[in-house]
Ligand binder design. Sequence first.
Ligand code: AMP
Ligand code: MG
Length: 431
Amino acid sequence: MADLSPRLLPRIDPVHSYRQQPIGPVRENDAMPAPLITIAEARKRVLDAAQPLGTERVAIADAHDRVLAADVTATGDVPPFPCSAMDGYAVIDGAAGRILTVVGESRAGTPSATALADGGAIRISTGGAIPDGATAVIAQENVEARDGSIVTQTDVAAGDHVRGAGEDMRSGETVLRAGMTLGAAELGAAVSAGAAELTVYRRPRVQVLATGDELRAPGEPLGPGEIHNSNGPMLDALADAEGALVGTAQRLPDDRAATVAGLASALDAADVVIVSGGVSVGPHDHVKPALAGLGVEEVFWRVALQPGKPTWFGRRGNVLVFGLPGNPVSAVVTFSLFVRPALAALQGRTEEPLLEPEAVLGAAVRRNPDREQAVRVRLERRNGKLVATPNGPQGSHIVTSLLGADALAFIPAGEGELEAGAAVALERLPR
Ligand code: AMP
Ligand code: MG
């Protein structure tokens, strides 16, 4: 993961130095909260705000996993010339039993200087250009080689073992479309098509800020009431996996001035700011008022989702800001549902739908009367059916429920239970 922290953010003082400040009233948090919106509506508002960033040209060697921003067309035929699919002899088609004089050789990269005439054969390697006059290739295992000549042992038809020019790509043909993610196959096709550089979307710069007086760095000994900051590294990894340029996550104490300072630097340096924690309605939740003071316009707050109800989203110009709940499972689920699609859209990435977007529940799940649930599930095939089984206890603090989870399954809001065997929609869970 790229460490961009010095460029993205000045170092923020350790959490402790802010501890002694008095707690003032947080009036902005006292207002009547807006009604919950659905996951679909929240995602629509995120995608409306996430327009593709600019583009840049990169060498093929630097283009892996980037998103193509301009179609790639073949600059010539591929293969560029008719060539042999076998090691053998270029010949004129004809019956078995002919004695042909070997008059030259066509190797890959070095075509034969001589053309072929009746009664002749030219030694040829796989990839060697078909010499003028030849109509086919006979494989070397189908001839008897003598001194300076061969005896054909099979009939040869015109075109045998010949790869035609343009069989793979035709000159001018569109080979890759904008929006594709460049994997190994796409890079190979781009090179074959004649490209040396590709136009790709810029990678979004992401800064994660983990709020909470209780947070300690990985491995740091814990004092009373303290926990380790698991969200910082998790959110960094998730953003990195989505193609973002990620600055190392910073910690912010639950203090207004420090929250404002940390957010201000992040807003100036990043395309996407992800804040974890501090977006609920407690007296120490400073994120929303701090963002309001910095001119970040709220697009929504609170989604009818479990886990992830306090999710906040806003923007300042083209900078997108996500306030994710502090509970680690909520942070991962809301990243998956809202931040991931935004990072994809900023890079112009067209989403690959899941091969199987539906499964049947492997065990009953109690519904939430007001909120849709995104349950971490394991997937397995039983009697031809894809079965989604909740991956252990689903509390929003149970990080281990993310281990080995294959997908999110959605349980609509309602009374009672959704019974085992019921159909559920699936979405991929990023890793
Ligand atoms: P908050 O959203 O700030 O109210 O936090 C909700 C819960 O998540 C609390 O139990 C926090 O201690 C916990 N939490 C907040 N931030 C983190 C973090 N970065 N890593 C792990 N747990 C966190
Ligand atoms: Mg907190």
